[in-house]
Design a protein around this ligand. Structure first.
Ligand code: NAD
Length: 316
């Protein structure tokens, strides 16, 4: 098949592109390289890389059968650096991708996020939960941009019969993630590699669930190929839940005992996050297979050897 991946030079995108190529597909990547790295994409005769901004109408040199729409900065320091642009990427960018799909009859998968649940009052989070999102805060540009993108996906499906699938992706980690992305796993691994204290925000009892990137990519492919578009967004994540203190203990086990330092919680930081993945299990027969200990080990080894560190940025 011929497949377009927007945001294909980013962390998840590169893993997806590599898998698509290994399965024999022709792949087009559209990326503005704002957070993605062109040089980290594989060189391949079936891969074409196009520099473009999804905020502008898209033009692809050939017809594509599938579009994975991943283009959007995903980590807080990146999406908060230019919040207006982030919101436009979430809404305008998704509009342009859906217009392309409508014109070419390609099937689309939109990479949405668990952030659409905000600081949730329901736990674990099911797809039927409408969320608890602050529309007036530093995370709103990302959360509301993704919610707006979901609304467009819903309406293009209803109004124009575009075959669109929506993945609500929960925290994903693995080799190739940026050590400066400001998220907890990269912060902890950065600290361990550079022999700095692990920063715990708040009292460390807030929870997250972490999905290894290979598992996530399998889930994205399964959602794209399941016959008949699911009527609702589908959660993709690992339902194993850890407090930040527990995660820090896992880093101790992996890298040796680490010193801790404490900071106050950032604004609108969700207190708990865990996907209910019953829908993905039922519809896609998908569930994650890589546990945190194994995934952290693989990530640590890869990050230590490539040290994609860049300048240190604080979590916000
Ligand atoms: P990333 O920042 O590594 O990758 C995003 C890619 O999109 C980059 O290559 C970037 O250059 C590109 N991009 C950004 N704005 C663009 C624009 N306007 N036009 C063209 N390209 C643009 O992020 P990621 O972790 O790979 O996330 C990929 C997708 O998955 C995002 O849509 C994100 O919201 C979603 N997601 C990720 C996670 C996670 O834990 N990583 C969790 C939930 C959802």
């Amino acid at each position: 098949m011929s497949v377009l991946v927007t945001g294909g030079a980013g962390f998840i995108g590169r893993h997806l592109v590599t898998r698509l190529l290994s399965e024999g597909n022709r792949v087009y990547v559209v990326d503005d390289f704002s957070t993605g790295v062109r040089g980290l994409l594989p060189s391949h005769s079936r891969l074409t890389v196009l520099e473009a901004d999804v905020i502008e109408p898209l033009s692809i040199p050939a017809r594509v059968d599938r579009i994975f729409h991943l283009a959007c900065p995903a980590s807080p320091p990146h999406y908060q650096a230019d919040p207006v642009r982030t919101f436009r990427t979430g809404v305008w960018g998704t509009f342009n991708v859906l217009e392309l799909a409508r014109a070419t009859k390609a099937r689309v998968l939109l990479a949405s996020t668990s952030e659409v649940y905000g600081d949730p009052h329901q736990h674990p989070q099911r797809e039927s939960y409408w969320g608890h999102v602050n529309p007036w805060g530093v995370r709103s540009c990302y959360d509301e941009g993704k919610r707006g993108g979901e609304t467009l996906a819903h309406d293009f499906r209803l109004q124009y019969e575009v075959d669109v699938r929506v993945a609500r992706i929960f925290n994903t980690y693995g080799p190739g993630m940026r050590l400066d992305d400001g998220r907890v796993i990269s912060n902890f691994l950065y600290a361990a590699i550079h022999e700095e204290p692990l920063t715990i925000y708040g009292d460390g009892t807030q929870t997250r669930s972490f999905c290894y990137v290979d598992d996530l990519v399998s889930g994205l492919l399964a959602l794209m190929e399941v016959p008949g578009a699911p009527e609702h967004p589908v959660n993709l994540g690992n339902p194993q839940e850890f407090t930040m203190n527990e995660l820090a203990h896992q880093i101790d086990d992996l890298c040796g005992p680490q010193v801790r330092t404490h900071h106050r919680l950032p604004e609108d930081d969700p207190s708990q996050r865990r996907p209910d993945i019953s829908l993905a299990q039922e519809l896609l027969h998908w569930h994650p297979v890589v546990g945190l200990r194994e995934g952290l080990g693989r990530t640590f080894d890869a990050l230590r050897s490539t040290a994609l560190s860049g300048p240190r940025r604080e979590r916000s």
